[in-house]
Design a protein around this ligand. Sequence first.
Ligand SMILES: [Zn+2]
Length: 348
Amino acid sequence: MRQRNVKLTQLVGFDGWKVTRSWFETLAGVRLLRLDGVPRHRRQLVVVLERQCAPRCARCGRARQKVYEYLKPRRWLDLPAFGVKAFVQAVTARVECTHCVGACVEYLPFADRGARKTRRLEQQLAVEASGAPVSHVAAQYGISWGAVQRAEHAALLRWEATRTQPPLRFVGLDEKYLGRRGKWKDRFVTIVSDLETGEPRWFDFGRGEATVKRWLETLSDPEKSRIVLAAMDMHDPFRAAIKGDEKLAHVAIVHDPFHVMKRANEAVDELRRQVFFRLFVEDRGESGTAAVPSYGQPLRACPQDLDNRCAVAHTAHRLYCYYWIEVSEGRAKLPSDARLGSNHRTTE
Ligand SMILES: [Zn+2]
């Protein structure tokens, strides 16, 4: 029996705590003497832990503190063991720290204060919830949606408190529409993200210049000097806020290919509309379809409000129309080699 607990202690792996007992029980808490006939998903494993040394203060971390009182046994949900739901159970103590005022619950290497799940389970839930719906993770571990969200929140807070914040060099600026519903005064939020790590760094309501300036006020001069570029869509207030800050004069403004192609497509669409629906409005027949101008009709000048690209398209289209008339009336013939860009003379 002792050898089994030694092996279990090694498997459980909490420093300073050893396994003294373990058993299987039903989900309702009835201890099982035999596992025959009880399916895996209807039983759970309970592992009882016992501290091997004097308790440690949870506030200051100092070891070898005096026990003030022992509390009732508590359970923490742990990672599943070999496909079976597993709990660790332990009796914790309140300690009288020699350096802190008042008694507090001892430090536990496997769970945070007040938590009902072990840290490693919270970590696992947070990782899985980052790539799957909360409902799926909750069903997989047999816990509620709220429990998954609380575990995720706790793990993120722990991660945020213990990691070193990387310097912000490549900034992403974007706005997000919050939808028609909700009681927010602003319908948009501006999100500042770190493009190197892909994580959001700051957000606030609004999408104007003042919103970005509020973020810039939170940065120190050294932090601003480390920024290399700011990627954004072609939203003028974002650009104005960055360019309006003297400390960010060195920052390059970058637009991602999506927005460049979006603007290019809009320009081509607008050009097409101008050519086919504005320039040739007189050429369209009563049915609304484009009609070929009669032979000898003079070329109309391109209106002043259209740019050179439009004039080129206009001229090309009119030349094509005149060539079509020449061919149809027998004064020109189709080239034998009609390759695009060939030097074959098409009219006689
Ligand atoms: Zn202390």
